[in-house]
Design a protein around this ligand. Structure first.
Ligand code: FES
Length: 668
């Protein structure tokens, strides 16, 4: 006698269970807690519940799976296939019933390959467990004998058909409610927003079946603002835009904006208004690029450093300007968009990730979520390098965070020929250790400056300056070539460096390029980089002390600079701690990735809130050892740290004095 139950295994999670034959695969998935999207509630209308069935014997599970173990395509699915494209190897899990054992694959994107993913950092497939779901529902028409309002019958239908409890309707939808219900002939799609443990709220309503809605992620940097628009039904990024942060006119860096506010009482709302206005413009730009109505963007996840976070929320950040760097709000926040971002519907929900500490913001929380050091056995160092370096170090036992005042040198500011990373900027440098002649690459040209054909692209962009990664390489190469001492003094090598070194007063400058614009590295530039790198290293080293480790298993560099910098040169300068170079990597815009994770999966929101509470915050400004580490880190690569792993990989000019034994302080 054939068994009445079948084993169904869902991939990629591997979750499995035995289910009665004749049950829709969608219901089996829901019973196991496997995430399969469904907008129409199993009516065969939305096409969101697609699955693929694997074929063959699966010894691991002891099953033989194949499409024949599903019921054949029936009327409901045929009607769907006639109306919309559905690949031959896919089935609607609401219509396909279990007939035998199955290994079921849930495609990560039911509309795979529809969108070209833009940047590597955004290509990560993020497991979805949406905060806002589309729910197709049939609402009872009005009845003169039961004078319940339209809103009451809509929420009652959602509770009955979708199992919600205590659904409410966002007040902004009331004016259009009656016309939407009647236009849809009582069949409507509601967007229901519900955070983990929160109450369900209808934040959008359309007549008939609504196919998709969108969500926005915004990373507010002090220099630039980046926004990505994501199709919530597929998880694909469909639009991206960036802009300079218009607050720059109130001050180049964070602290100068705080002091502007302090010196100009009543000015803070202006800084809030300009950043919100810039985000509204990015909403319009991403929506236009994707061909999406801004009215369909129902969620936004916003991250930024504490000062950007506060200014976005219309909070005066003055308290963050001095110790004890008190945050007005450190926990995550969800609120309506009304009165904040005019570019979104008023009912849309904004979510701000938690801030870690007074100088370690929601952007660092997003980077932490993206890399999840708290789930790893090995100790990882995460560094997000901007005008402030945000540093997170830890493993599954303990995670610590701090920020270090690196200043803007890594962004090309404070450097005599420095510029932001843009076409024409020198980004790679090599120096011949015999002749001391330089060669370089500029942004916008693929070849080295001594290669044939370089003149053509260089002619188009010009050779305009040197960006952050270029100055790091230039100084590291000068050190490796013997043009700079370990203490950072530019000096003539024993046999001279020809005209590559030029006298400037009592110091020397190294000529990188002679042309329309002369580009050189001055003694002052070396000092600026020494100060920045020493601050970064000291912050990282302080956290290592606190964690009680002398080595890290891996280093991940976030942010634009972190992604372009060559780990070898960063380590030669001693910008980051000693580590196997193969374990040092750029992770791109990890803050945006973390924000997208929080957008697409409510569990991630919960996860990072929990982790931020557990995370140990270290204030570098009040730690005496920070100063000691800072002074030692002024040298290349360091005055006391041996950098043995680096020395095994790169020939450094001379070994430093023997490192004194270090007293470890226990983790707090
Ligand atoms: Fe909508 Fe299957 S759930 S088509």
């Amino acid at each position: 006698m054939a068994k009445a139950e079948a084993l169904v295994v869902f991939q990629p999670s591997g979750r499995r269970g035995r289910f009665a034959k004749g049950m829709p695969v969608l219901r089996a998935a829901q019973q196991l807690g496997v995430y399969v999207e469904s907008v129409c509630g199993g009516r065969g209308l939305c096409g969101r519940c697609q699955i693929k069935v694997a074929e063959g014997k699966f010894a691991k599970y002891g099953v033989t799976s194949g499409p024949e173990n599903l019921t054949p395509i029936g009327d409901q699915e045929t009607r769907f296939r006639e109306a919309k494209p559905l690949a031959d190897d896919r089935r609607l899990s609401c219509s396909a019933l279990i007939r035998g054992d199955l290994v079921v694959e849930i495609p990560s994107d039911a509309r795979a390959n529809r969108q070209v993913v833009r940047k590597a950092a955004e290509s990560r497939a993020i497991k979805r467990d949406l905060v806002t779901h589309l729910r197709y529902v049939e609402v009872a028409p009005p009845d003169i004998t039961a004078p319940d309002g339209d809103a009451g019958r809509l929420t009652a239908a959602l509770e009955k058909e979708w199992g919600y409890r205590s659904v409410t309707l966002d007040a902004a939808l009331l004016p259009s409610l009656q016309s939407v219900l009647r236009n849809g002939k009582w069949l409507v799609t509601a967007a229901v927003f519900q955070e983990q443990g929160g109450a369900p709220v209808i934040t959008g309503l359309w007549p008939g079946l609504k196919e998709t809605i969108h969500g926005l992620t915004v990373d507010i940097g002090s220099t630039t603002i980046a926004a990505h628009l994501t199709d919530l039904m597929t998880g694909s990024v469909v639009g991206s835009a960036g802009a300079l942060n218009p607050q720059i006119r109130f001050g180049e860096d964070l602290m100068s904006r705080v002091s502007y506010i302090q010196l100009n009482p009543g000015s803070q709302p202006q800084l809030t208004a300009v950043v919100r206005g810039a985000i509204d413009n990015l909403i319009a730009a991403t929506a236009e690029e994707a061909g999406v109505a801004a009215a369909d963007i129902l969620e936004a996840v916003i991250v930024g450093n504490p000062i950007m976070h506060h200014l976005f929320l219309d909070i005066d950040p003055s308290e963050l300007g001095a110790a004890p760097f008190a945050l007005a709000l450190s926990s995550a926040l969800t609120r309506r968009a009304e009165g904040v971002l005019g570019g979104l519907p008023p009912s849309a929900r904004l979510h701000l990730l938690p801030c870690i500490a007074g100088h370690v913001g929601a952007d660092a929380a997003a980077v932490t979520l993206s890399e999840r050091p708290y789930a790893a056995k090995n100790t990882t160092l995460l560094v997000d390098i901007g005008t402030n370096a945000e540093i997170v170090l830890g493993n599954r036992k303990l995670v610590l965070a701090a920020s270090s005042p690196t200043g803007p040198a890594f962004e090309g500011a404070e450097i005599s020929c420095g510029q932001r990373a843009a076409p024409g900027a020198i980004e790679r440098v090599r120096i011949d250790s015999e002749t001391f002649a330089p060669k370089f690459k500029i942004i916008g040209a693929d070849m080295w400056s001594d290669e044939a054909g370089f003149a053509e692209p260089a002619g188009k962009t010009g050779i305009t300056g040197i960006c952050g990664s270029g100055i790091v390489e230039a100084i590291a190469e000068m050190y490796l070539a013997g043009l700079i001492t370990a203490d950072g003094v530019i000096r003539q090598p024993p046999n001279g460096a020809g005209d590559h070194l030029v006298r400037v007063g009592r110091t020397w400058s190294y000529m990188l390029h002679r042309g329309e614009i002369e580009i050189s590295v001055s003694q002052k530039d070396v000092r600026a980089i020494q100060l920045a790198k020493a601050a970064l290293y000291a912050g990282a080293r302080l956290l290592m002390d606190k964690l009680g480790v002398d080595e890290v298993a891996g280093i991940k560099l976030a942010g634009a600079f972190g992604s372009y910098i060559d780990p070898k040169y960063a380590m030669v300068l001693g910008l980051i701690p000693d580590c196997d170079l193969k374990k040092v990597s750029g992770i791109g815009n990890a803050a945006s990735t973390g924000a997208r994770m929080a957008l697409l999966n409510r569990r991630y929101r919960h996860e990072i809130q929990r982790q931020v509470k557990k995370l140990v915050k270290v204030e570098t400004a009040t730690e005496t050892r920070f100063q000691e580490h800072f002074v030692n880190a002024m040298a290349f690569p360091n005055k006391v740290e041996p950098f043995t792993l680096l020395r095994a990989q790169v020939a450094l000019p001379a070994a430093p004095a023997k490192a004194p034994s270090r007293r470890r302080s226990p983790a707090r």
